[in-house]
Structures are given as C-alpha cells and as structure tokens.
Design a binder for this molecule. Structure first.
Ligand code: SF4
Length: 386
C-alpha cells in the first residue's frame, strides 16, 4: 500500500468506528426543546420549520448550538455540557428565555450569573474527582470558567453573552441566524464567517476548532441545513482539529505521512520539551494552512483535493498546493464516510484509548493494527503530549 492508500484505510477505519458513536450534545434535555423530539428522543425533522413563539424550531436549536460550540472549548466536555443544559433550563424556569429572547440574559444578568455560579459549584463536586483522575491532575484545579478565569462576569458576558448577541443583533437587522449562516457558499465558509464577520462575528470567543464543530452539528449531527448542495454536505467543512485528533493523527503516523518531523518543528506544531513533564508538545491548531509537498506528488490525490476545494469547501477554484488539514476531506471523497463520522471516531478513540499520558490503552485500541506508534515507533506515544 502507498501512503495515500494507507492513510485512507486509517481514516475510513476510524470513520466506521465513529458511525457507531455519536458525540453530539444532548439537546433533547433542554426543557423548551422537549416537544421538538419524538418518544425515542429523535429530532422531528419534518417539523423544524414549525413556529415556536416568534422563531422556528430550526432557528432556536441553531442559537443553542452556537452557544454550545463556544462553551465546548473549555475543559471537561461532560461537565460543561451539563452546565449549559442545567443553566438554560433553570433560566427558563425563571422566565429568562435566553434562546427565544437573548436580551433576557442581559436584562436579568443577576439571575444569569447566579445560576451559572450555583450550577457550576454542583457540577464541580461531582465532576472534579473524575476529571482529575482522567487527566492526572488536581481536583482543585477544576474550573469550567474558561481562560483560567475565576470571575463569573468575564465568563458569562464573554463566553455566554457574545454568542447570544449574534441572534440579537441579527434580529435588530431583520435577519434570522439560519438565513445569515446559509448565505455562505459552504459550511466551511460559514465556519469562518461566524468568527470573522465584522458585524456579527464571534471573534476571539470562538476558535477554528469550535467553528468546525458547529458546522458538523449544523450540517450532519442535527440535519439543520436547508441547503442541500455540495457546499452543505458531510465533506463540506474541515475536521474540527482538537487535541484528540492531533494526538491520534500524530501517534498513528498519519501526520508524518504528509510532512517530516523537521517541518512540524519549524511550524511549531511540535514544540520540543514544552509538553507535560518536559515532553514534546503537539499544538495541532498550528497545522492550519501548512502545505504538504508529499501529497502534491500524488496526482490522483491532487485531483480529489481540487474537487474538494472547488465543489465542497468552496475555498479555492484552482488550488496549487495541498493544505494538510484538508487532506482528510480528499481521502474520504468517493467513500461512504464523512468528516462527521471521522471526527466522532477520533473523539471515541481519543477519550477511551489514546489518552494524553503514558498509559494509553493501546492493546485494546480498535485501530492498533494501523498505528505506527504501537507497531514500530513507540517514541511517538511516549514522548509527545497534546
Ligand atoms: S494504538 Fe495506542 S497510540 Fe495508537 S491510536 Fe491506539 S491508543 Fe493511540
């Protein structure tokens, strides 16, 4: 097998695992959304355009997911999703209807921050010991207020307030969030728009990974997109490159198929001695925009990549180089799998087997047969952390 075939085999195997495993938020637990789901907890898709007060169900769920994507950037996904669900439900019980009327969050800021604080304390008691064990850390360090902040106002106004302001300003301008999102030519362009738009962009409140996670939920996990053209399908956005993806792609040898270790060091994707315990640190977000000369030499892969850029991502009509973070899209083109399934598989493997310390569960890992770190290069596992 050549490098392209080997890499494709790895990705389709991970995506097949991801097909069985859903990593999407439990939005059926949001009280005001209860009636959007059937008795099997499936979203009723043919009723997404039904009005719920002034907004459609599709609009309200999209507002929630935008907020969820921003908050998902914190530590302990399990804890922060519980926090979001509980705070939202408790605010609705007090008639602070933050999805129907985002201004309520600010009008009743006292109630909003009190709820965030009390729910956070309750979750901390349960989750801190579990989180500390999983991450070989100290439970005292458990804090869902992002940016290492202990101040609730900073967290509430910046991380909750900014994504709630987006539909608020759109409403003032006579637009809905879903119309605004779907005027982009692809889900990939939409993921950039929600960050960079001068008037409505979330700016520093959202990173690239969270923008792509939102695209995944919107297009694939919840089938919210009304557009059905190639720009709005399961290969139409980049993979949310998080630490799970970075660790697995590095340890399995996937990244080293496309560039060598010197390149990754020069690009500061690999930072020598800057990881936990003085090990090497993999900063996967630094891969964005880096080119692979190796991939460019494979004509078949380059043709697929051109199709992905021109028809799916809508990023470039005639690319002359191949960006590493978009190689998964090209490798999955003409297979049965999408970026959503690949990402779900990476989350499953990264949280259950490929752990961010020396005691990864390689022997039980479902992709061990395809893993270079496990089979021939243990250095990739022992000396690198994300
Ligand atoms: S075999 Fe080990 S290093 Fe390789 S992906 Fe699985 S857990 Fe990670």
């Amino acid at each position: 097998m050549n490098i392209t075939q080997k890499s494709q085999k790895l990705l389709t195997t991970i995506a097949e695992i991801g097909r069985e495993y859903s990593a999407k938020p439990d939005i059926h637990l949001i009280d005001p959304f209860n009636h959007f789901f059937d008795k099997n907890k499936n979203l009723i898709l043919n009723e997404l355009d039904k009005q719920d007060g002034p907004w459609t169900r599709r609009e309200l769920i999209t507002r929630f997911l935008l907020l969820n994507a921003v908050l998902d950037q914190g530590p302990d996904i399990e804890g922060l999703r519980q926090l979001l669900i509980k705070v939202t439900n408790e605010l609705y019980q007090r008639e602070v209807r933050i999805l129907h009327r985002p201004l309520d969050f600010f009008k009743e800021l006292g109630i909003s921050i009190d709820k965030i604080c009390t729910v956070h304390e309750g979750i901390k008691k349960v989750r801190a010991p579990i989180w500390a064990k999983e991450n070989q850390s100290n439970p005292e360090k458990y804090n869902l207020f992002m940016d290492n902040s202990k101040q609730v106002l900073n967290y509430a106004v910046f991380r909750w307030g900014v994504p709630l302001c987006v539909p608020l300003i759109l409403e003032k301008d006579g637009k809905t969030l879903i119309d605004y999102l779907e005027r982009c030519n692809s889900a990939e362009l939409m993921s950039k728009e929600i960050k960079d738009n001068e008037r409505y962009g979330l700016g520093k409140a959202i990173g690239d990974k969270a923008g792509h996670l939102f695209a995944k939920w919107y297009v694939c996990s919840f089938n919210l997109a009304r557009r059905q053209d190639k720009g709005w399908q399961n290969l139409s956005f980049e993979i949310p490159f998080d630490s799970n993806a970075g660790r697995i792609f590095f340890r399995t040898g996937f990244l080293l198929n496309w560039a060598n270790i010197k390149d990754y060091i020069e690009w500061e994707v690999v930072q020598k001695g800057k990881g936990k315990g003085g090990l090497n640190y993999i900063r996967v977000t630094n891969i964005r925009g880096k080119k692979s000369d190796v991939a460019l030499k494979d004509n078949g892969l380059f043709e697929r990549y051109k199709t992905i850029c021109a028809e799916y991502l809508s990023t470039k009509k005639r690319p002359r180089t191949i960006e590493i973070q978009q190689i998964p899209n090209a490798l999955l083109l003409n297979t049965d799998y999408g970026i959503d399934e690949l990402d779900n598989g990476l989350i499953y493997i990264g949280t259950n087997f490929c752990l961010n310390h020396e005691n990864s569960k390689c022997k039980d890992c479902p992709i061990k047969e395809l893993c270079e770190g496990y089979n021939s290069n243990p250095d990739l596992i022992q000396n690198y952390r994300t």
